[in-house]
Design a protein around this ligand. Structure first.
Ligand code: FAD
Length: 406
């Protein structure tokens, strides 16, 4: 049987980075992944250019049952630390939008860098290789049954990620192992995912598939008080209509907060004083409401909106002030209740995971001594915009530092 100081299961963002750091700190590391290809999620991320961090990452952009859990790791490995690493490898990158950093060339640059870091640390990599079983032995070591035979290690790090995109290797291995060792789980659900609507409710809007426009969007209980609504996170991003519902960055962001049965609220004309502009148009124009509205919001949206309401199919000069104010109000606060999401096959991440009450925020070690969880398998989920990779790097770094001192 081969012996290692640490076995890391999952060679994605967190596992690769943790292996490289731990190896370079002098540990004998085995990194195991069941997939044929290494780091598939990095490869497909950011449209192939990997939005590898966000300059402005802070605990405020993460969801967790314990919003403070991520604080320590994020402060000890910052976006600037990862930027410095890229600079050492001469990897060109650029800022796109709201602090989001992308590779100029390709996500392969990040993968090659992480593999080079593993090589520099003398990390042994077994891939593809499945782990069938992990047991804690009486001597305090762990024994893992793998495709390539049994291995023994004093410490095991689980970096098997979340459930999104099963066709490229996502599994519930991390959650099952957590349960096996008596650790609690926060119920996982798909996040950063398009929202869907009942066919009948959606019929008037299905024709808008492909239309994108800037909006404000939020979610929350229909009976939320103004104070509760103020506290809710409002995203100002683009929304995309699809055949089955809504997508685009605005909706992906809000999907992470959405709970079944709750409405999403969309302001389809942010920054536009719709009530006044419609009343002014009434005073000077004899055009149809749809035509006047088309000068204030995209014309496809104006057409679909007005065609769904016979009372609006008339010249604007014939409309009552109340009807125009109602139209403006509905466009500025469009409330609709999704019937679900596109699920894990389209989700970018999983909300929930290993409950942080059973993990150390300093080291990522669980209540089961010597067993660590890092990256997306933990109940810490970032907003869209490079935050999820920053969590992968930061949690991996915190863990690797702790492995050394054992
Ligand atoms: P992963 O990177 O998912 O790695 C987990 C690894 O574990 C995989 O290699 C998998 O094969 C392996 N594994 C799973 N089960 C087993 C098992 N039973 N045995 C052995 N190995 C196993 N985040 C950003 O910050 N920026 C982006 O631009 C971005 N774009 C994204 C685009 C898409 C389409 C998707 C799906 C996600 C995107 N994300 C992005 C999210 C980001 O990819 C993840 O949050 C991040 O990869 C999580 O890192 P991880 O190491 O925890 O898990």
């Amino acid at each position: 049987m081969q012996n290692f100081d640490v076995v890391i299961v999952g060679a994605g963002a967190a596992g690769l980075f943790c292996a490289g750091v731990a190896g370079q700190l002098g540990l004998k590391v085995l990194l195991v992944d069941h997939s044929e290809k290494i780091a598939e999620k990095i490869r497909i991320s950011g449209g192939g250019r990997c939005n590898f961090t966000n300059r402005d990452a802070s605990p405020a952009q993460f969801l967790s049952e314990n919003p403070h859990f991520c604080r320590s790791a994020l402060s000890r490995y910052t976006p600037q630390d990862f930027i410095d690493l890229l600079r050492r490898y001469n990897i060109p990158f650029h800022e796109k939008h709201k602090g989001q950093l992308f590779c100029d060339r390709s996500a392969e640059d990040i993968i090659n860098m992480l593999v080079a870091e593993c090589d520099a640390g003398g990390v042994t990599r077994w891939q593809p290789c499945s782990v069938k079983d992990v047991t804690a032995e009486a001597d305090g070591n762990y024994r893992l049954q793998t495709d390539r035979g049994p291995v023994s290690a004093g410490q095991v790090v689980i970096a098997t990620g979340g459930l999104s995109i099963p066709k490229i290797g996502a599994t519930d291995f991390g959650y099952r192992l957590a349960r096996q060792f008596g650790l609690r789980l926060v119920e996982p659900r798909p996040a950063l995912v398009p929202l869907t609507f009942d066919g009948e409710d959606w019929a008037p809007f299905a024709q808008l598939a492909g239309l994108a426009l800037p909006v404000l969007v939020e979610t929350g209980a229909a009976d939320a008080t103004p104070k509760q609504r103020k506290k809710a996170t409002v995203f100002s991003e683009d929304l995309l209509f699809t055949h089955r519902g809504l997508s685009g960055p605005a909706v992906l962001q809000v999907s992470s907060f959405w709970q079944e049965g709750q409405p999403v609220r969309v302001n389809l004309a942010p920054g536009t004083d719709l009530p006044n502009l419609l009343l002014q148009a009434k005073a000077r124009s004899k055009k149809l409401i749809a035509n006047e509205l088309a000068s204030l919001v995209p014309s496809r949206l104006a057409d679909a909106w007005v065609s769904a309401d016979p009372a609006l199919q008339r010249p604007i000069s014939d409309a009552t002030d109340k009807a125009l104010q109602g139209l403006a109000q509905r466009l500025a606060d469009w409330q609709l209740v999704p019937n679900g999401t596109e699920g894990y096959k389209k989700a970018e991440v999983t909300v929930g995971g290993v409950d942080t009450r059973d993990l150390s925020s300093q080291t990522m070690e669980s209540k089961q001594p010597g067993l660590y969880f890092i990256g997306e398998v933990v109940d810490v989920t970032g907003w869209l915009g490079g935050y999820n990779f920053q969590w992968a790097w930061a949690s991996a770094y915190a863990c690797a530092q702790a492995l050394l001192v054992r």
